[in-house]
Design a binder for this molecule. Structure first.
Ligand code: AMP
Length: 279
C-alpha cells in the first residue's frame, strides 16, 4: 500500500492509475478505523479497480466544545488495517495541508443540512461539506463511498456533488454492527463498561419503532416513546429521535414512501447516532 501526504502526491498516483484505464474509489475517514470503515474499502474495491482511503481528523467539523482533541488517533494501526483490507493508497494530509493559514472558503448545503445533527452541531455539515469537496477535487476519483451510519451526512454529500457538478458517483454502504446491534463507531471507545452494556438499546428501540411506524403508527408519538424508554433505561440526554423522508429528509408523520428513523442520544460523555430504514 502506498502512502501520500500532499495533494500533489495523491493526484500523481491516482492519475497514473486512471491513465492506465483503472477506476478509483475513494473512502474518506477520520481514522480510528474499525470493520465498518474496512467494509467501505471492500465495497470500493468491488466497484473500482483501486481503493484509496483518506485519514484526516477534520477540525472544521467539530464544535468548540466537542471532542476534536480527544478523538482517537492511531496512525500505525490504521495503516496496517487498511493494508489488510486491500487498500491501494492511504492519504493522510496534515491540517496545514488542508487548511493553509489564508484558507477562507466554506461550503454550505441548505435543506438536507438543516434539522437533526445540523441543529445540534452548528457548522458541522459546512465543515464536512468543505472537507469532502476538497478531498474529491484533490483525488478526482471515479466513485466515493460513505456509510449510511451517518445518514444525514450521506444526503448532504449527494446533494453537494449534484449541485456542484463534481464528476463522481457517490455510493452509500450499510451500517456494520456489533453482535448485539450497536453500530460500530470510533466513539464507542469512549463508553464505560456500564454504558457499553446500555448502548445496544438504541438499536433495539429504533428497530421496534421502525416496525411500529411501518405498521401505521404516528411518528411523533412513536419517537416520543423511544426517547422515554431510553432515558428511563439510563441514557442521559436525547438530541433527537425523528422520522424523515429517506431522500429529502423532510419531516413526515406517516411513512408512505421510503422513510428513515434517525436518532442521536447521549450516554454519559458519548454522543451515539444511529438510523434505520422504514420500508
Ligand atoms: P468517520 O471516520 O467516523 O468519519 O467515518 C468514515 C466513514 O465510515 C463515513 O462514511 C461513515 O459513515 C462510515 N462509517 C462509520 N461507521 C460505520 C459503520 N458502523 N458501518 C459502515 N460505515 C461506517
Amino acid at each position: 500500500m502506498q502512502v501520500a501526504r500532499t495533494p500533489a502526491d495523491l493526484r500523481a498516483v491516482i492519475a497514473g492509475w486512471q491513465r492506465q484505464g483503472q477506476s478509483v474509489g475513494l473512502v474518506p475517514t477520520m481514522g480510528a478505523l474499525h470493520e465498518g470503515h474496512l467494509s467501505l474499502v471492500t465495497l470500493a474495491k468491488q466497484k473500482a479497480d483501486r481503493a484509496v482511503a483518506t485519514i484526516f481528523v477534520n477540525p472544521a467539523q467539530f464544535g468548540p466544545n466537542e471532542d476534536f482533541q480527544r478523538y482517537p488517533r492511531q496512525e500505525d494501526a490504521d495503516l496496517a488495517l487498511l493494508e489488510s483490507a486491500g487498500c491501494d493508497l492511504a492519504y493522510l494530509p496534515g491540517v496545514e495541508v488542508m487548511y493553509p493559514k489564508d484558507f477562507a472558503t466554506s461550503i454550505t448545503v441548505a435543506g438536507v443540512s438543516q434539522g437533526l445533527c445540523g441543529d445540534c452541531r452548528p457548522g458541522h455539515f459546512a465543515g464536512v461539506a468543505t472537507v469532502v469537496t476538497k478531498l474529491l477535487l484533490q483525488a478526482l476519483p471515479d466513485l466515493a463511498v460513505f456509510g449510511e451510519k451517518d445518514y444525514q451526512q450521506l444526503q448532504v454529500i449527494k446533494r453537494l456533488v449534484a449541485d456542484l457538478d463534481i464528476p463522481v458517483r457517490i455510493l452509500g454502504a450499510p451500517t456494520l454492527r456489533e453482535a448485539d446491534g450497536l453500530a460500530k463507531s470510533s466513539r464507542n471507545a469512549y463508553l464505560t463498561p456500564e454504558e457499553r452494556r446500555l448502548a445496544p438499546l438504541l438499536f433495539r428501540q429504533l428497530s421496534q419503532a421502525a416496525q411500529r411506524i411501518h405498521d401505521g403508527a404516528g411518528a411523533t408519538e412513536t419517537c416520543r416513546d423511544v426517547i422515554r424508554a431510553l432515558l428511563a433505561a439510563g441514557f442521559d440526554k436525547a438530541d433527537y429521535v425523528e422520522v424523515r423522508d429517506a431522500a429529502t429528509l423532510a419531516a413526515i408523520e406517516h411513512a408512505k414512501g421510503p422513510a428513515r428513523i434517525l436518532a442521536a442520544l447521549w450516554l454519559g460523555r458519548t454522543r451515539l447516532i444511529d438510523n434505520l430504514p422504514i420500508d
